[in-house]
Design a protein around this ligand. Structure first.
Ligand code: BGC
Length: 729
């Protein structure tokens, strides 16, 4: 890349929080054939050439394992160049230099770096002559009108400020980390108008967009210089209908805008927010709520999946899951988009991955993030709990670190692209080789710290864990959870190695030993719902039907309530159906009371909540501390709806062949799923009619259609079955 020839530049002695803008003016006297800008920075930037924004990538250069991989963007700017030119590139803190969340107890070593820019502008004239402008001492720099910026903070802008340019300083900073752009760009996706505006009992002026979302607010305004517009963000209102921000914790998440004279519009340039409501804290006289709009941001992805049922509440749940994917696939897969976190939690990433592949084409999104997982992996094999690992850098443990195996395997299954597996195989091997170095028992994974079945509901009332962290983890046995995930990761390595033509005999022997040790140690101790689910899902039970029977009985005995946390929930309905308890699975899905998927819908949720009872029946909150209303983990149930309720699964990797095995339930009149696979569109729909069930299946590939245990092999085409007998094809 040309950019290797450029120098990093910075602002001398920049001590204030004001965001700097770097400027290069230049003449372009001859007819131009092409102009290309390559650029990146240690933060997030936007570039304007002659007043026009370059490209539509928001929050470029995105978030990667920066010290090893910093993406460089390359823009065709031919149409923006004139004779006299001004190129302005503003560089804010972004993720690179953000202040760490206080709860991590760690300091980001890069927090005190100055804003730095590196760029090249490559001009090719019609006569073939070429010219390259590099970042160097010929650039100028000034404080910009963005006076404060941060991912958690939000943004302050003062449009009355004037610029004062001085020479930029060339500085030494590594260039070996520079790589071409890999991920899909984050872009503005849609605009949402306010649904209503009102005063709260406390007198606050609120604008409701009717949808919890990730993005920012934009506005048009006519004002006098110095007048101020201040906006706060919130996901929910409290029991009394007042604006509620405590769940953002230390994230300020506000916009403060000082107007210039006259007509103007603004959108935050270097941050994003998770919100449904805005509170207008201060506004110029005459400002109206309908001058505000919300803009949704997420990584560019093509939608591939659609669900629709006869139940409006279920449809709202499907919508909530989709919105939680949109809101948390902003350059990296995050846990949540609003509080002082927004990290690439590896566990959440793997939990939702399968559902994600049904809803969107996530190949490019994950290819880039998995490269960061590889880059973040410690040399002795452990995988951090968050990737990029800039902060909170410690092993993720069971189910979190196992993302290194689970995600690439899922991508291979959905898309049939072997490169996901070949690129990750070494990292997978390193991960499973690490586990025995820390485990206290051969062939099991014991004695190690884990987040366990995070947020499970099954701890007995007299359970008094030693730390707050432990109190959020339910009652499943840590050693059992770890060992189950160890077995699963080894099994994935065997499958991956086999298709890559590797000798996996050692891993096969290891898996047999783990499986035997697991059954011997835990076989009689599958107590919690999650313990049973994991033993079933990872095929670690001696008598799986008996375990499933016990699981169904346990769920029924406690009032048909799930007690599972982040680890058990994604597999729970799958395992119930697999062993003949589809009715119990449906009861859990359709449950409208806490804990259940439709409970949050009944409380007006428009995204998936972190806690089943994020808002309790009496309107109070689960807690202020860790209470996100946009957390997709439990939205993983979408993969059950697509894959089991509608029954669309790959029969061979990448859907070269499909297996369609719907599981209807009479409590729902109809359900349909559409999935755009890499081999075309599959549709599976069922509907209760007066005299039975009608199934409609469209498949672009040969398929095994399984109805009531009967397998019918069909060619591509439309297939309609009634009463479980084909009536036409
Ligand atoms: C996140 C989770 C994450 C967890 C680790 C939380 O704060 O939001 O979703 O996986 O920490 O247990």
């Amino acid at each position: 890349m040309l950019i290797q020839k450029a120098s990093w530049i910075t602002m001398d002695g920049a001590a204030s929080a004001v965001v700097p803008v770097f400027r290069r003016t230049f003449l372009c006297p001859l007819p131009l054939r092409a102009a290309r800008l390559e650029v990146t920075c240690d933060g997030v930037y936007d570039a304007y050439l002659n007043g026009c924004r370059v490209g539509s990538f928001i929050l470029a250069p995105g978030w990667t394992e920066y010290r090893k991989r910093l993406q460089v963007q390359s823009y065709d700017v031919t149409s923006l160049i004139g004779e006299n030119n001004t190129l302005d590139i503003t560089v804010a803190n972004g993720w690179y230099r953000r202040t760490n969340a206080p709860w991590t107890g760690t300091q980001n070593p890069d927090e005190f770096l100055p804003a730095m820019l590196i760029a090249t502008l490559h001009l090719t004239y019609e006569d073939g002559r070429e010219e390259v402008l590099l970042t160097d001492g010929n650039w100028q720099v000034s404080e910009s009108q963005v006076t404060l910026s941060g991912i958690f903070i939000g943004e302050d802008a003062d449009m009355t400020r004037s610029f004062s340019f001085e020479p930029a300083r060339v500085c030494g900073f590594p260039k070996d980390c520079l790589i071409p752009q890999e991920g899909p760009e984050v872009r503005e996706q849609e605009t949402i108008l306010p649904r209503s505006s009102f005063r709260t009992p406390r007198g606050e002026w609120i604008v409701d967009f009717g949808q919890n979302l990730t993005g920012y607010m934009v506005f048009d305004i006519t004002a006098h210089a110095g007048e101020k517009l201040s906006l706060s963000t919130a996901e929910v209102l409290d029991r009394d209908g007042n604006f509620y921000t405590a769940n953002y914790r230390s994230a300020r998440s506000q916009l403060h805008y000082i107007c210039k004279e006259g007509k103007q519009s603004y959108r935050p340039r270097f941050t994003f927010f998770g919100f449904r409501y805005l509170r207008i804290d201060e506004a110029p006289a005459g400002f109206r709520a309908d001058q505000l709009r919300a803009v949704v941001l997420h990584s560019e992805m093509t939608r591939t999946g659609w669900l629709e049922s006869s139940d409006p509440m279920l449809n709202q749940l499907f919508s909530n899951i989709l919105w939680s994917q949109k809101g948390n696939y902003l350059d990296i897969p995050t846990d949540c988009p609003q509080r002082d976190e927004r990290y690439g939690w590896t566990g959440d990433g793997q939990i939702f991955c399968r559902a994600a592949t049904y809803q969107y084409d996530v190949r490019q999104f994950f290819r880039k993030w998995l490269a960061d997982v590889r880059a973040a992996q410690h040399e002795n094999g452990w995988v951090p709990e968050v990737v990029p690992s800039l902060t909170a850098y410690k092993p993720g443990g069971a189910a979190w670190s196992d993302a290194v195996c689970i995600i690439p395997w899922q991508l291979y299954e959905t898309y049939g692209d072997l490169s996901f597996v070949s690129e990750m195989y070494e990292a997978m091997e390193k991960w499973i080789a690490y586990i025995p170095t820390v485990s206290t028992t051969p062939d099991l994974w014991t004695g190690c710290w884990t987040y366990g079945d995070w947020l499970a509901l099954d701890a007995p009332e007299d359970y008094h864990p030693a730390t707050i962290e432990l109190s959020k983890r339910g009652y499943s046995n840590d050693d059992l959870v770890c060992s189950a995930f160890y077995a699963n990761s080894v099994r994935i390595v065997i499958r991956a190695g086999t298709i890559l033509g590797k000798d996996v005999s050692g891993y096969e022997a290891l898996h047999q030993r783990i499986s035997a040790a697991f059954k011997a140690r835990f076989g009689e101790q599958l107590n919690t719902q999650t313990e049973k689910v994991l033993a079933l899902h990872f095929d670690l039970a001696d008598d799986p039907q008996a375990v499933a029977d016990a699981l169904a009985a346990q769920i029924t005995a406690c009032g048909t309530k799930l007690q599972t946390g982040l680890l058990g929930t994604p597999y729970l309905l799958h395992e119930l159906c697999r062993y003949g308890y589809a009715d119990v699975a449906w009861s859990l899905l359709l449950r409208k009371e806490y804990p259940g998927w439709l409970y949050s819908v009944s409380k007006g949720a428009t995204t998936v909540w972190e806690h089943w009872d994020g808002i309790k029946p009496d309107g109070t909150f689960w807690d202020d501390d860790m209470n996100s209303y946009n957390h997709y983990a439990y939205g993983s149930v979408a993969d059950w709806v697509f894959g089991v309720a509608c029954g669309i699964k790959p029969a061979a990797p990448g859907f070269i062949r499909a297996r369609i095995e719907p599981h209807p339930d009479p409590r729902l009149n109809s359900l349909s799923a559409v999935l755009d696979t890499v081999h075309g569109r599959i549709r599976s729909a069922w509907k209760y009619t007066g005299d039975g069930i009608r199934y409609e299946i469209d498949t672009p590939v040969p398929a095994e259609i399984v109805l009531g245990g009967t397998v019918t092999l069909v060619e591509k085409g439309r297939w309609i079955f009634g009463e479980q007998r084909p009536v036409s094809g």
